[in-house]
Design a protein around this ligand. Structure first.
Ligand code: M6R
Length: 605
């Protein structure tokens, strides 16, 4: 969490930094700050709260220069305040730093530095870094940063500027950091979208790298000192794709981008002639006895759907586990276990560490990821990119449906390669996959969206929601509840519909909206009984049904999606659930792109 930008070149650094921070604000918006190199050291401007407060401060008191660093904060140590905001400066004003991550041994270092006479200005863990660098500096900034980092334990993307150097030094361990290569200028940032207006030539730094950027280029070394070759790759995301494109929020834009995102996920992977799925994976499907999926949040829900898809189509047993739990037990894996990580950002620390845990046990590793070159992709043998394009909204939408499509592709590929899925059944699912972008277009037709918006507005004042689903759509209920909670702050619970009579039905009264995903035709009769149980207790049932299905039970509201195959239905059903959350947040005046307490990429434990 926290967003980082750096620039050295001929442009107005303040403008580049503010533009970059605006594109990184999804990583944290507790405070923002910049330090721009000037003749007399650094002009440092920082403000608590979202970026516009910093912009106003700069309008009153500009900072001019052509080298600078900027930071947008997601607070961990120390409340959001002006003094805790980054950049942090050394006592002599010669060094300025920004940091994303957590310095775990900062308390010990701080008391040691204070005993040696250093005075701290903030409550942050990050500030120890600037004091350590100031102490270690003997004219060589790279060497000073290296010396300081030798003393810290934890996670960092660290960026350091010194008044006497026309270059910026950066280092990373765990927290992400990329360099952007321009003509006579260099950039750095936590994430690619921040740099897209300027360059698409990106260098992905690895764990343990230390880099120096200047107008004439960059150099990278291992922390221990050995020079490293890190070449730039051309990313294919456009700058426009990372902008709002006329939508009021990134989240809404990304909801509407789902047909296009899915076309990208499927593109070139469905082989028309043979009816097969073509995936460029080196994993040998014949060498897998079982699969474990590790992921967090929405990606975890994609994994839960994936369990149904893989078990049905490939007949391989699948366990799905929240990554933060997986890593702290002793999971049983062996070389015939395939551990699959699902992650939009590819930077989620819990997922990354779960993979490392699995690797220690000898498992094969595969990652389903959106962000190219991200940390997770470098940890695994095989990567299945979902190609959803940049996702900026904190609430994951298009990445979720693209993850579902990618797992379904994988399930088909495994099933066919292992000879357990016959061609006819494979072709059936494939045909439905091919229709997917069109189906999602239909769900996004104005009248269907309006119907969801009306329901959202009608129930927006509810204090609680219950979400129910069965079979492959039980995870859809979980995802609907998560989306609603995170952006509207309405409390929501989710259960497999058959489970409510074992407890949750006690919650039902005439005030409670109960959203029931009732599209899976095979289980419609069972779900209908569950709806009746809720309706009999005067619960406000909102039923999500497939076109053409009849419920036959009076409910508070019915929403409709086009009929599709059961294996594909969670993709279609995700859309009204996302819209429900979005319009509930809108009705309550919440900022869907910046939900409180959350950040897009969770790079701390
Ligand atoms: O980048 P990842 O997919 O690894 O992120 C995992 C979760 O942090 C993420 O899905 C989170 O739950 C979203 N805010 C949900 O909308």
């Amino acid at each position: 969490m926290c967003g980082i930008v750096g620039y050295v070149g001929q442009r107005d650094a303040t403008e580049v930094l503010l533009g970059g921070l605006a594109r990184l604000e999804y990583r944290g918006y507790d405070s923002a700050g910049i330090a721009v190199q000037s003749e007399r050291g650094f002009a440092v401007r920082k403000r608590s709260g979202p970026l516009p407060r910093l912009v106003s401060a700069l309008a009153e008191d500009p900072a001019r220069g052509t080298l600078g660093i900027g930071h947008t904060r997601w607070a961990t140590h120390g409340a959001p305040s002006d003094t805790n905001a980054h950049p942090h400066s050394s006592e002599d004003g010669q060094v300025a730093i920004i940091h994303n991550g957590i310095i775990e041994n900062y308390l010990g270092l701080r008391s040691e530095l204070e005993s040696a006479g250093h005075r701290f200005a903030s409550e942050t863990d990050s500030e120890v870094l600037v004091h350590l660098i100031e102490d270690a500096y003997r004219g060589d900034l790279v060497q000073a940063v290296r010396g300081a980092l030798g003393r810290v334990r934890g996670a960092y993307a660290l960026v350091v500027a010194h008044a006497a150097h026309r270059s910026i030094v950066a280092a990373r361990t765990v927290s992400p950091l990329v360099l952007g290569v321009g003509a006579g200028e260099m950039f750095l940032a936590s994430d690619v979208p921040a740099l897209l207006p300027y360059t698409r030539q990106i260098v992905f730094l690895h764990d343990g790298d230390i880099a120096e950027i200047g107008e004439s280029g960059y150099a990278v070394w291992a922390l221990a000192g050995a020079p490293l070759q890190r070449s730039a790759v051309t990313v294919d995301w456009t700058s426009e794709a990372a902008e709002r494109g006329g939508y009021p929020t990134f989240m809404l834009k990304e909801i509407y981008e789902q047909p296009a995102a899915l076309l990208n996920t499927l593109g070139g992977r469905l082989h028309d002639e043979s009816g097969e799925v073509v995936l460029e994976l080196s994993t040998d499907p014949g060498r897998i006895d079982r699969i474990q999926i590790v992921a967090c949040g929405t990606a975890y829900h994609a994994g839960l759907v994936g369990k149904y898809q893989i078990e049905q189509l490939a007949r391989i047993p699948v366990e799905v586990e929240v990554a933060s739990e997986y890593r702290y037990r002793e999971p049983v894996v062996d070389p015939r276990t395939l551990v699959i990580a699902i992650s939009q950002s590819g930077e989620t620390i819990d997922t990354l560490e779960a993979l490392r845990q699995a690797r220690r046990g000898g498992a094969q590793l595969l990652a389903i990821v959106n962000a190219k070159g991200s940390s997770i992709t470098r940890e695994v043998g095989d990567v299945l990119y979902i190609h959803a394009g940049p996702e900026i909204g904190v609430a994951s939408t298009k990445a979720y449906t693209a993850q579902l499509a990618a797992v379904l592709l994988l399930a088909l590929w495994l099933g066919r390669s292992r000879g357990v899925l016959d061609a006819a059944r494979g072709a059936e699912v494939l045909a439905e996959l091919r229709r997917l972008p069109l189906l999602i277009e239909q769900v996004l037709q104005p009248e269907r969206v309006q119907a969801v918006r009306e329901v959202a507005t009608r129930f927006a004042s509810s204090r609680n929601y219950l979400f129910l689903g069965r079979g492959i759509n039980a995870p859809s209920a979980l995802e609907g509840a998560l989306k609603l909670k995170e952006i509207s702050y309405i409390h929501a619970e989710a259960y497999p519909a058959g489970e409510i009579k074992h407890g949750p039905i006690a919650l039902v009264d005439s005030e409670l909206p109960v959203f029931v995903v009732a599209t899976a035709a095979r289980l419609l009769d069972k779900t209908r009984s569950n709806i009746q149980e809720v309706a009999a207790r005067r619960g406000q049932v909102i039923a999500l049904l497939s076109d053409g299905d009849t419920l036959g039970v009076p409910v508070a509201a019915e929403l409709r999606v086009p009929k599709t195959a059961e294996l594909v239905s969670p993709l279609v059903n995700a859309i009204p659930l996302q819209l429900l959350a979005y319009y509930s947040a809108e009705a309550l005046g919440r900022d869907a792109d910046k939900p409180r307490n959350l950040a897009k990429s969770v790079t701390v434990e």
